[in-house]
Design a protein around this ligand. Structure first.
Ligand SMILES: Nc1ncnc2c1ncn2[C@@H]1O[C@H](COP(=O)(O)OP(=O)(O)OP(=O)(O)O)[C@@H](O)[C@H]1O
Ligand SMILES: [Mg+2]
Length: 414
């Protein structure tokens, strides 16, 4: 858009400021015969990307058009990416318990207080952590996530605090730690209940002093980091068992936020399903399928040990496996283990939804077999991840990835 400054009724600057709420991606060039530095500055502040003086030169105008078109494309692309990202991390649900969580997020976000997010696996702890960061004053800074369970014990300290070159055998390059990377931003210590006592002591120190030391260096580095921790373990139990430091627990849980398991908020299932269907539809360029009321009812019967992650995976799977655009109760019942039919999948893995029929493709066959194998081995070694990983000769991090991928969870009851 080309806008003049002096116009009857509404002047150019006024147009600019109204336009901003109407169409934020439209590039605007201001044109004026009465150019003063202050109007030019003002126009810039209001979002115009160019200021051209009258009389107009053809070259200037063409140049502005070219730049404007490019800028418009960039802005639109940017907005699309942002909306996609927002949809990905959107927290869906209207049950009272989730609303309470959102209220806590709203209150905690603008502060720098440490937050501890508690809840079973797959309930949305990471989403909550991201929501806190997004709504904080640190929003523009980094959000650094560290999965404390997936990093081998020997590496976690150097991951978190960094190391100097030659700090230990194999430290051929210096490495900046995650705390330093997160300076001015937020660090999300996921699975914090799995941190070793030694690392816990060091993290406690960062929380107390606001400074880190790289391995192999005596220099302390000030960091301004907001810490968010999350765990699916019962930390009080871990403390009682001597596995988690009580002082660290107190430091972390300045604001504790507990996210309820899906079985306690089944009313959110329709909304969640709708959300995931739309999300996958967009991702895969497919017409969104519809879940019948019968299908939703069937979903409400399931146990959801893997919580929302399990629901999400299941919805994705139903969409991929079905070539119709309606998903019905029977479709759901064929892949989900419900309380009504507890025996349906018991021969299979832990709380994984059993495949409906025999695998149809090589890939499905491989996945089903891999999943069954992993579950069997885990059971054999008492769900000791390190031990199992060692025996089946795969890195621990890979085993964790597989557990997540196949949504394999330890059976704790029934
Ligand atoms: N309220 C929600 N609305 C939409 N999606 C959700 C919601 N809660 C969780 N999800 C989705 O479910 C999946 C699991 O969520 P998330 O990774 O945050 O769980 P978690 O509690 O961190 O699990 P874990 O303890 O296993 O790490 C993600 O794909 C997330 O996007
Ligand atoms: Mg998580």
């Amino acid at each position: 858009m080309f806008v003049d400054i002096k116009m009857p009724g509404l002047d150019g600057l006024e147009v600019l400021s109204r336009l901003r709420t109407l169409n934020e991606t439209l590039p605007v060039v201001v044109v004026s015969a009465h150019a003063t530095t202050s109007t030019a500055l003002e126009a810039g502040k209001l979002g115009a990307f160019r200021f051209i003086e009258k009389p107009l030169s053809k070259d200037y105008v063409i140049d502005a058009i070219r730049e404007g078109l490019e800028l418009g494309n960039l802005r639109r692309e940017n907005r699309q990416l942002r909306t996609a990202l927002e949809a990905k991390y959107q927290i869906i649900g209207e049950t009272a318990s989730l609303k309470h969580v959102m209220e806590q997020v709203r209150r905690a976000a603008p502060t720098s207080a440490t937050v501890l997010i508690l809840g079973e696996s797959g309930v949305g702890k990471e989403l909550v952590a991201r929501a806190i960061h997004r709504n904080s004053l640190r929003e523009k800074e980094r959000f650094i996530q560290v999965n404390c369970a997936a990093i081998p014990e020997e590496l976690i300290e150097s991951e978190l605090f960094g190391h100097e070159r030659g700090a230990f055998t194999g430290a051929t390059e210096k490495q900046t730690g995650k705390f330093e990377l997160a300076d001015k931003g937020t660090i999300f210590l996921d699975e914090i209940g799995d941190m070793s006592p030694k690392t816990q002591a060091k993290v406690l120190r960062v929380l107390q002093e606001g400074e880190v030391e790289r391995l192999g260096s005596a220099r302390t580095i000030k960091v301004d980091v907001r810490v968010i921790g999350a765990t699916n373990k019962d930390l009080e139990e871990e403390i009682a068992a001597g596995r988690f430091r009580e002082d660290l627990y107190f430091r972390l849980s300045v604001i504790p936020i507990t996210v309820a398991p899906l079985r306690e908020r089944l009313e959110d299932i329709p909304l969640l399903v709708q959300h995931f269907v739309a999300l996958f539809g967009k991702e895969n360029n497919r017409r969104p399928a519809r879940f019948t009321p019968g299908a939703i009812d069937a979903l409400k019967q399931a146990r959801w040990r893997g919580n929302i992650r399990e629901l999400r995976n299941l919805v994705e799977r139903l969409l991929i496996m079905s070539d119709r655009d309606v998903i019905e109760g029977d479709d759901v019942r064929s892949v989900v283990r419900t309380d009504a039919r507890p025996a349906a999948a018991s021969a299979e893995t832990a709380s994984v939804a059993a495949p409906s029929a025999r695998p149809a493709t090589l890939r499905e066959f491989k996945e089903v077999s891999e999943r069954a194998f992993l579950a069997e081995k885990l059971r054999e070694f008492g769900w000791n991840i390190s031990k199992t990983a060692e025996v089946i000769d795969t890195p621990r991090s890979n085993l964790y990835k597989k557990l997540e991928q196949y949504n394999i969870k330890q059976e704790t009851d029934g």
